[in-house]
Design a binder for this molecule. Sequence first.
Ligand code: EPZ
Length: 428
Amino acid sequence: MINTTSYTSESLIIKGGCKLKGKVRISGSKNASLPIIMSTLLTNKPCHIEDVPDLLDVKNSVELLRLLGAEVIQSSTSLAVDASKVNSFIAPDHLVRRMRASVLAMGPLLARFKKAVVAMPGGCSIGIRAIDQHLKVFEKAGAHIKVQHGYIHLELKDIKPVEYTFEVVTVTGTENALMFLSMCEKRSILRNIAIEPEVMDLIEVLRKMGANIQVEGRTAIIRGSSELGGFTHRVIPDRIEAGTFLVAGFMTKGDIELENVRVDHLGSVIEKLKEAGACIEVCGTDRIRVYSKGNSIRPLSISTLEYPGFPTDMQAQFMSMCCLADGWSDITENIFENRFQHVAELKRMGADIHVKGRTAFVRGVEKLTGAEVFSTDLRASASLVLAGLVAEGETIVRDIYHLDRGYERLDEKLRNLGAVVERQTSYE
Ligand code: EPZ
């Protein structure tokens, strides 16, 4: 019997050398949308989420909600969720493997149903991505936890108030804990929390639902409610998409204006771009112009840190830019242990990079040349697209499934700015 299943994979074909010009609207934040979508499980009242990006990860989150029994009405940019009829607390393997952010269902399901069964999130290419900190909070609240047949089984009687200091700053660990404790009426204290804008956006939503959450530095004091209400919320703009376009505008020696951005979320990215020689004009609080005076790219020393430090999600994109800088750059990845997979692919395009431990040393070269390169993770694929925009000749970026997880219609937005980018579907 011949296997007739056909596999499709999508690629971007990029012709390098175009200067990006024009305006681009930044979409709603992926990493704010995902926890906010899961927070709807905390209530049986209607929830409306606006400016949700049309991404694979959002589609997977909606599929999970529906699988659990929620009713979700999706328009092009918004979601209406009614989780009153949720009748399952099991997040299945095939979905969690597809999107590790499904672990964000754990806190809400455990809080609402006092039970949750969530498939162990597989590792992922950028690192082990443990969830021990997530589980420690649930344990402290009285949950019994066991891992069986690849699933994490959590159960508790009532949510005990928690006082916990995270051993590592964890974005989704903080988000899971905040959602979970929003249904505990007694006062809980979380210390050493993540304070990324996406975490703060979730806190805004939890407050609208009726949780009292005070944040001072990296400490959150939570007084929840057993009856949380619904909400209407517009998701913050995606600061990583914005950062990616800022790098693209400068790298291609173009002149572009970004609309729908939160300038205050981009501090460390804007600083580093200016250090590299980019001209940045902030127009009000929600628009930024980036252009190049044709000057060369100055080399950088970058060290990724938790917010408000330089974001790990911008590391790969800046590395692409540093490949063409006037001199040596060093880029240290402090958050994930294996987030240099784009290095091998950039070297196929002529980049001169060598990695020593957690630091990549990048010697700027005259030019990059187009090549067939493979995406390995979301931001790595973005860095390869950026390199393709400036490389001599044609670049084929394969497996752009990764890209579509986190960037809404990136090829279309780039074409509207003058880039020569085509999406190609191949059937194997
Ligand atoms: C979130 O991942 C983001 N994803 C990531 O964005 C982002 O890179 C990351 O935060 C860091 O900013 C979403 O928000 C959906 P962490 P998360 O828990 O929460 C260790 C992208 O490109 N750790 O903050 O999974 C962990 O191993 C994605 O959009 C533990 O040891 O990251 C890592 O080394 C990629 N134990 C570090 O902490 C835990 O229990 C930071 O991880 C949890 C985390």
